[in-house]
Design a binder for this molecule. Structure first.
Ligand code: 6PG
Ligand code: NI
Length: 189
């Protein structure tokens, strides 16, 4: 009747959680996500790099339980745009989430269903509170893997469709060697 408690080890250097389920997202899995479609195609044909890996410890999708996962988001750019995660709303949209940055440099784009976006910078030690209803995407703005831990309700689920179709209203790009957050010219309301 009671579930068994457990402890697992997270390697701060690599982001790997022992016994976790590993998911790999390559650039070819992210067609249509980046602004510069030519640059995307060229890089996919050249080397199709891994953009990020997720190590997840997940429970049954039941209210009250918790999942956790690390993400290792690699450095890189498509055109001027920094590598990012697909981004999602939670399928149960009112489910919140906590992120804890462990290594590297980056940030999180968050967005309401109305398209109001925020960018929160993240460095090791930064904790980000993702409130209910906000879509979230992380961005690696540095030169080394950006690694963070996420803790989220087991019944949150992922709604990728809305973001895949509409994107975020903001993009994070490099301009003159600087990290710039600007309006997404392809944003569809
Ligand atoms: C979650 C978390 C997080 C996220 C990964 C990969 O709800 O599970 O937000 O673990 O899934 O960082 O990002 P995408 O799910 O957007 O591809
Ligand atoms: Ni999430």
């Amino acid at each position: 009747m009671y579930k068994e408690p457990f402890g697992v080890k997270l390697d701060f250097e690599t982001g790997i959680i022992e016994n976790a389920k590993k998911l790999v997202r390559k650039l070819s899995d992210m067609k249509g996500y980046f602004l510069d479609e030519e640059a995307w195609k060229e890089l996919v044909e050249k080397e199709d790099p891994v953009v990020y890996e997720v190590y997840a410890i997940e429970q049954e999708e039941k209210e009250g339980d918790l999942n956790f996962a690390t993400t290792v988001l690699y450095p890189g750019k498509v055109g001027k745009e920094f590598f990012f995660t697909k981004g999602h709303y939670h399928a149960k949209a009112d489910r919140a989430e906590i992120y804890f940055a462990l290594k590297g440099k980056g940030g999180m784009l968050l967005q309401t269903p109305e398209g109001d976006a925020k960018f929160i910078e993240m460095e090791p030690g930064t904790i980000v509170y993702v409130p209910p209803y906000w879509a979230h995407r992380t961005v690696n703005t540095g030169n080394e893997p950006f690694i963070f831990l996420a803790i989220y309700p087991a019944d949150a689920g992922h709604d990728y469709g809305t973001i895949k179709e509409k994107g975020f209203s903001k993009i994070v790009v490099e301009e003159d060697g600087k990290v710039v957050v600007k309006d997404n010219p392809k944003w569809k309301e």
